[in-house]
Design a protein around this ligand. Structure first.
Ligand SMILES: [Zn+2]
Length: 86
């Protein structure tokens, strides 16, 4: 059987519990971006399936990331990639 696409409505799981190596860090905007909408809003826990513990930490890291201007605008993405590749 083929793997189902991520974020299947029925089976939810916390990505940070499932993968202990997945960093939950404000510097990792590439990961945090999966948990916010295009407009920069944090996606509700009941949608992403993130557990309470990790959602709390996620919120903190997203807010910090916004302050560091890593996440807030979509155009920032290009800057972020450039920084990483230098
Ligand atoms: Zn978790």
């Amino acid at each position: 059987m083929a793997f189902k696409k991520r974020f299947t409505p029925r089976k939810k799981f916390c990505r940070f519990c499932a993968d202990k190596k997945l960093p939950l860090d404000y510097k990792r905007a590439d990961i945090l971006r999966d948990f916010i909408t295009e407009r920069g809003k944090i996606i509700a826990r009941r949608i992403t399936g993130t557990c309470a513990k990790h959602q709390r930490k996620l919120t903190t890291q997203i807010k910090r990331s916004r302050q560091m201007a890593l996440l807030f605008y979509t155009t920032v993405h290009a800057t972020y990639v450039r920084k990483r590749t230098v």
